[in-house]
Ligand binder design. Sequence first.
Ligand code: DLZ
Length: 167
Amino acid sequence: MASALKNLSDFTTENLPDVSGKTFAIVVSEWNTEVTHALYSGTYDTLLKYGAKEENIISTKVPGSFELSLGAQKMAQQSNIDAVICLGCVIQGETRHFDFICQAVADGITNVSLKFDKPVIFGVLTPNTQEQAMDRAGGKHGNKGDEAAITAIKMLGLYYKNTCKFG
Ligand code: DLZ
């Protein structure tokens, strides 16, 4: 399984752009709060660790992951916001809600990102169980919130650097 090979909190941090003047919005789903709060802590701390300023991080809640797209749109349309990070956790259940919500939020977030030409990051866990969720929200597989923060920072590099070194 991929998660056995890769920890969500392991990433390369070479050549990160300077984000000390960039503004981040974090949109957090209230469903599965224990998980989403842990994701939020990971995101917030990682943003600070890699150069973002506390005063440049805006946080807002939405009721569930389905609402993340609209929350992201409200943030992305503000000209002072440079990147948006969406955090949620949809646990596989016996209803078809899982498929509808996951598809909707993935499509919605992608659309917002393309429409506003800004990084809008998919920090949504889609595990089978609560235990798997916690393993990825600061547990044995790291924290998807950390990964979401570093992804936002790396994507901002696309806008502010025009060269890229591989290898
Ligand atoms: C309804 C629902 C269900 C069944 N499961 C989850 C979930 O696991 N994670 C999550 O973030 N939200 C869930 N929701 C709520 C929906 O995202 C949404 O808030 C409601 O359908 C109202 O639009």
